[in-house]
Design a protein around this ligand. Structure first.
Ligand SMILES: O=C(O)CCC(=O)C(=O)O
Ligand SMILES: [Fe+2]
Length: 288
């Protein structure tokens, strides 16, 4: 079967057909797929049939698998797979109910954040639970020159679930136990990062609460706040976004966390619309 690659949006996202990801990929297929990953940032596949080990084998093509920070919902056979689900089974949640209904990039709060995120659908609702991705290279390239000149080279400090409002129910002070607090110290990352494989620059700062951006370093506090506001508002522009409506079991959506951010919509998904996905992440590089 011929492999086809169809671009879905002006600057990023491609749908690939003609590839069966349940069997080991030949080196030629992997090299084509890796090129597509760098060119389109987000790849979509349909009608795939993966068991946990096939999912892990596919993930390993992108690098070393990095298990989720939340241990409770790791797959019982393969710890690198985390279950995202709004199902309740025997009185207990089957998976993470809402893995991020705000703009974020996976593990940006770690010293070494994620490279790829791969999501594989086992069941999807007829309505709701879409996943939105944002092209952070396009967002960077369309900022005014003066803003780009100001931002380039700046560093930010962030910490998992840091929030100016300590009483926020989702803040680290409300949600994390002592061990989890110790495991998530503040980290410093550039505001604009250079992709380690393509050399392209992207914005690398995210408004979601899990990203926990505290401030841009070495500039006055009010300027840090106003620059962050400028960036977050700029990235809200739908021309950088692609909204994926899950089509049913066997869909795969994967993205490059080094040059995109994403937004789940599972916070508004009612419990009578079951949605269950498997997720894998691989370890990326220290952002520079
Ligand atoms: O469930 C989704 O649509 C995305 C989940 C997500 O952001 C994540 O697992 O990091
Ligand atoms: Fe995420």
């Amino acid at each position: 079967m011929d492999i086809t690659i169809k671009r879905k949006s002006e600057t990023f996202v491609a749908e690939i057909s003609g590839l069966d990801l349940s069997t080991p990929l030949s080196d030629a297929d992997w090299s084509m797929l890796h090129r597509a990953y760098l060119d389109h940032k987000v790849l979509i596949f349909h009608d795939q049939h993966l068991d946990p080990s096939a999912m892990a084998r596919f993930g390993e093509r992108f690098g070393e698998i990095s298990p989720h920070t939340v241990r409770q919902y790791r797959h019982e056979d393969i710890e690198g797979i985390t279950i995202l689900s709004n199902r309740i089974e025997m009185g207990r949640p089957k998976g993470i109910r809402d893995a991020g209904s705000h703009w974020h990039s996976d593990y940006s709060y770690r010293a070494i954040p994620a490279n790829v995120t791969i999501l594989y659908s086992l069941e999807t609702p007829d309505e709701g639970g879409d996943t939105i991705v944002c092209d952070m290279q396009a967002a960077w390239e369309t900022l005014p020159d003066a803003t780009r000149a100001r931002l380039d080279g700046l560093q930010q400090q962030l910490q998992y679930r840091w929030c100016a409002d300590r009483d926020h129910p989702e803040s680290r002070w409300r949600l994390l136990n002592a061990d989890e607090q110790l495991e998530t110290p503040p980290v410093t990352h550039p505001v604009v990062r250079t992709h380690p494989e393509t050399g392209a620059k992207s914005l690398y700062v995210f408004s979601g609460l899990t990203s926990g951006v505290q401030r841009i370093l070495d500039i006055p506090d009010d300027e840090s706040q106003s620059l962050l506001k400028t960036i977050f508002t700029h990235c809200e522009d739908p021309r950088f976004h692609y909204r994926y409506k899950w089509g049913g079991p066997g869909d795969i959506v994967l993205w490059d966390n080094r040059c995109t951010m994403h937004h789940a919509t599972t916070d508004r998904l009612p419990p009578d619309k079951p949605r269950t996905l498997w997720r894998i992440n691989t370890i990326g590089d220290k952002p520079v």
